[in-house]
Write a protein that binds this ligand. Structure first.
Ligand SMILES: [Zn+2]
Length: 261
């Protein structure tokens, strides 16, 4: 379904998460003044291509290289001959198609190899200047885009889940805390999230996530001082079966929350 927010046009698709049916994870496509921010996954090629073919795209920016964000980069390069900008440390990785686990292929599809350009400190369009904000946490090489005059923040995957009970093995929540603190120093309210859409109260939501993480960090610290191991702390804070961990071969786990805080 197409939507419009000021000069931003977008659409979204969704996929069911096998460990939490019938919940469907959405993926939003945002296009602003010819700049496409993330490409969506290969498994949503039909939705993506319909959107790409009906709008003018001049350049592509990727918040990070995960397949739900970069899965259509190859298609856009081949079919639209567009420059694709990514974190400088991801340029080499982009040249190789990763060997993804079956559950990732089932949900999001392939992330074919593509040739990316290293993004600099800013991205310009005809009417806007976006500052590139290095914001690791969800993964090591992750950027957000900030348009100062409009107060827009294209956040990437830092906010998705306000109170995570399980995270991906590439995530580091201590880094997320630093990135969220850095981002909260910027003058914005509206967050444009790739998975939860346009959030006019984005600042408040990010603050809530920061507080949740800080409180968890404090609890973990207290338990470590009492002599508990991270495994034991995991069992105390997140009891019960960890179905997402079982279904993803351990890629997602509550243990990573404890070990990275
Ligand atoms: Zn991601």
């Amino acid at each position: 379904m197409l939507f419009k927010f000021e000069n931003i046009v977008g659409t979204y698709g969704s996929r069911e998460m096998p460990w939490n049916p019938p919940f469907r994870m959405k993926v939003y496509y945002y296009l602003i003044d010819g700049l496409l921010i993330d490409t969506g996954p290969f498994s949503m090629a039909a939705e993506g291509i319909a959107f790409f073919d009906s709008h003018t795209i001049k350049q592509v920016f990727l918040t990070h290289i995960h397949e739900d964000h970069a899965g259509m980069a190859y298609w856009l390069q081949e079919n639209k001959q567009l420059p694709i900008y990514i974190h400088p440390d991801s340029v080499e990785e982009a040249l190789i198609e990763p060997d993804l686990s079956q559950y990732r292929l089932d949900i999001w599809g392939r992330r074919q190899a593509f040739k990316a350009e290293p993004v600099s400190n800013t991205i310009r369009t005809d009417s806007y200047v976006f500052k590139v904000i290095d914001s690791p946490g969800h993964c090591r090489k992750h950027n957000s885009l900030y348009e100062e005059n409009k107060g827009w923040l294209f956040l990437g995957d830092l906010l998705n889940n306000l109170t995570p009970r399980s995270i991906f093995f590439e995530e580091n929540l201590s880094e997320s805390i630093l990135s969220i603190r850095k981002i909260l120093c910027l003058n914005f309210n509206t967050v444009l999230c790739p998975h939860t859409g346009i959030l006019p109260n984005g600042r408040e939501l990010l603050t809530r996530k920061l507080n949740y993480l800080l409180q968890l960090q404090q609890e973990i610290k207290t338990l470590r001082i009492k002599g508990f191991t991270d495994k034991e702390i995991d069992g105390q804070l997140f009891p019960g079966p960890d179905s997402i961990s079982q279904m993803t071969g351990g890629d997602f786990s509550s243990y990573y929350i404890v070990s990275t805080l």
